[in-house]
Design a protein around this ligand. Sequence first.
Ligand SMILES: Cc1ncc(C[n+]2csc(CCOP(=O)(O)OP(=O)(O)O)c2C)c(N)n1
Ligand SMILES: CC(=O)[C@@H](O)[C@H](O)COP(=O)(O)O
Ligand SMILES: [Mg+2]
Length: 635
Amino acid sequence: MRTEPTTYNLLNSISLPEDLRRLSVEQLPEICKELRQDIIKEVSCNPGHFAASLGTVELTVALHYVYNTPYDRIVWDVGHQAYGHKILTGRREAFSTNRKFKGIRPFPSPEESEYDTFTCGHASNSISAALGMAVAAARKGEKDRHVVAIIGDGSMSGGLAFEGLNNASSTANNLLIILNDNDMAIDRSVGGMKQYLFNLTTSNRYNQLRFKTSKLLFKMGVLNEDRRKALIRFANSLKSMAAQQQNIFEGMNIRYFGPVDGHDVKNIARILRDIKDMEGPKILHLHTVKGKGFEPAEKEPGIWHAPGKFNPETGKRIKADTSNLPPLFQDVFGETLIELAEQNPRIIGVTPAMPTGCSMNKMMEAMPGRAFDVGIAEGHAATFSGGMAKEGMQPFCNIYSSFMQRAYDNVIHDIAILRLPVVLCLDRAGLVGEDGPTHHGVFDLAYFRPIPNLTLSSPMNEHELRRLMYTAQLPDKGPFVIRYPRGRGVLLDWKCPLEEIPVGKGRKLKDGKDIAVLTLGPIGNIAAKAIEQAEKEKGISIAHYDLRFLKPLDEELLHEVGRKFQRIVTVEDGIRKGGMGSAVLEFMADNGYAPHIRRIGVPDTFIEHGTIQELYHLCGMDEEGICQSIINFEL
Ligand SMILES: Cc1ncc(C[n+]2csc(CCOP(=O)(O)OP(=O)(O)O)c2C)c(N)n1
Ligand SMILES: CC(=O)[C@@H](O)[C@H](O)COP(=O)(O)O
Ligand SMILES: [Mg+2]
């Protein structure tokens, strides 16, 4: 693979956008080249999101060149494409700490930089947030303040983006929306909007062809100046009628520009200058290539969305040997779903834009037509599943825990009330690591626990996951939530017979006399080691129960614990407030037991980013922390 030499003649002279603005337009391509090289070099050894930022290099440079940032507001959608923005806004030095514990944050964050204007991480919020800012600026009389939202084609498939567009079209504002269209989400973009954007490109080619033809006729003398003007007037009137009919944005009163080559930095800068002060809402449609400038990433943008470490010279990814490790929970889900679907023809798979992330791609490949990627549309994924369940299907809808927050009402209104048998698999439940507070799946236990009709479960290992999935699709189980974390399980031999688990039944893993430890989910494996350690260190005897279900609770098990123990420790990979520990507290109080209860879990604060190990340590949820809590639990 050919790579560019890494010299930073211009980039070294830029610490803030005002330095960039002192360059000539002619120098912009060079700065883009250096910026791109810098991103490649840094991300190769300090992994993170990669291909998306390569695709926005020219746009980023043009934006900071033309706009008076940070006074002008740039709102990134998701923020995984904003590494160039970080480097140009005073964080080049710190960029080597990107995503690391105590280092700079994974996504733009106003708490980190005044150039970061809003919370980033979850898709499709940029238009709404930017519109809010534009309206606020107008209310405050800040006529010279510009607001720009940058949203990808994948994020544009989200319902929230449509809500923002709808409001932007009917509210007085000068917002500029930049649509960064690379025909990719993490996997391929899906849906009608993708097709529509493609059609816009085709119609643009047609327009250009028409323009070129008229120029040619003119040259050939077929058209004189008067005829040409009349033809243009006629074509324009047709164009504006057609634009209104054909262009959804124009039809909504949002002026549409494009599509434009998103890698021609000088042209983007020129267009931005031209449209900057135009009144009313505008959309600029850019075509970009995800992974631009790094051949392997251009070829396989899905894999290079977040590729891990790689060699920047050869383009080879540096992968650890995982052959002797337990499987990823997501893969156990993916494989088991196919097994179940082979036996149960009613099973349908649904994922909102995370087929590779949650391994639904396995079923999509093995059973085309029986598993759907519905786009970045968590609310729709839930309601769509509800609709199918209502008609006798058995959907398995897999949504990352933190993204499920988007679908809260859909689960209540469109699944739980009718007790529809949708299996909601929450991948990435618990602390997820380097993606930080927006992505930690720590609220699900607390937010789903109050909802009637839901069964809430979490497997301690791969066998339990398989059995819970089997159980959930048996008749009359109603809506059934199964949460499991990012990463690997604990069993090398993860295949096991698919057997029913009685709903609401936990397990006593170990008897004990002095303290009872109650766990939910895979964190129970860490607790088991901590128990062993604490018994050794303190010479006490500790019982361990795996609750398996948070709802319904295993009342028999809890009565036993209430009767036998004065000291109870609960351990969960989720927010302490309202979660499993809270449920145990309530149960004990409601049933006349008065044990002392120590709850281990995520405290009442947003947990930063870092490795999962670092964050577990921070929250006292690692082996050492759990062991200390047990040892220091005096009456
Ligand atoms: C609500 C939500 N759902 C899913 C995701 C996971 N996610 C992150 S980036 C991404 C793809 C975004 O595609 P696009 O906006 O086109 O950006 P690109 O990566 O192509 O630049 C997805 C699905 C998310 N961040 N937020
Ligand atoms: C930006 C974003 O939301 C995703 O790319 C997310 O980082 C994926 O997380 P996983 O790596 O856990 O699939
Ligand atoms: Mg995209």
